[in-house]
Design a protein around this ligand. Structure first.
Ligand code: ZN
Length: 67
């Protein structure tokens, strides 16, 4: 059991337990949002990453599964 991770953890708690949202397959918008989310997260901009997640969840045309 050597599951000790040495990755930096952000000072604020990462969003919520339902993350990350799954981008709808074949949806360019969700795909773009997911990439931007990942980029923002890598840059340490959790706020922005969260905003992208919210957008992705609210993207009409398909369901994310959570209700
Ligand atoms: Zn979408």
């Amino acid at each position: 059991m050597t599951a000790h991770q040495t990755t930096q953890e952000p000072p604020i708690s990462l969003l919520d337990p339902t993350r990350p949202p799954t981008p709808a397959p074949g949806c360019d918008v969700c795909d773009a949002l997911d990439r931007q989310r990942a980029a923002a997260e890598e840059a340490g901009d959790i706020r922005r990453a969260t905003a992208y997640e919210v957008e992705m969840r609210r993207h009409p045309g398909h369901r994310g599964g959570t209700s």
